[in-house]
Design a protein around this ligand. Structure first.
Ligand SMILES: [Zn+2]
Length: 96
């Protein structure tokens, strides 16, 4: 086997290992997902596909935070306000 081929082969293995590492860390992360919304404490059903699709998980360093769609929306509103609402001035903003 030529050296070139050996290197290519090693690279391929490294890539595979890297992918496996990523996958396992993702699984680990999934294990760390809280059982309820951080803000309103609504219970998150890990078996529910709908919830898995609509709820939001944020990861910062080692801490995993979970938000239900309502709280996520509120958090985004706060962020938008903070950043000036993307050019709009929220003077006539409606409240529920
Ligand atoms: Zn919530």
């Amino acid at each position: 086997m030529s050296i070139k081929k050996k290197i290519a082969r090693k690279k391929a293995i490294d890539k595979k290992k890297e992918a496996e590492k990523k996958l396992s860390s993702r699984l680990m992360m999934f294990d760390k997902i809280p059982e309820k919304c951080l803000a309103c404490e609504e219970i998150f059903d890990k078996k529910s596909k709908d919830m898995a699709m609509s709820w939001h998980v944020t990861v910062r360093e080692e801490s995993v935070r979970l938000f239900c769609p309502n709280c996520w929306q509120k958090a985004r509103d706060v962020i938008n306000e903070y950043h000036g609402g993307g050019g709009h001035n929220g003077e006539n903003s409606e409240r529920d």
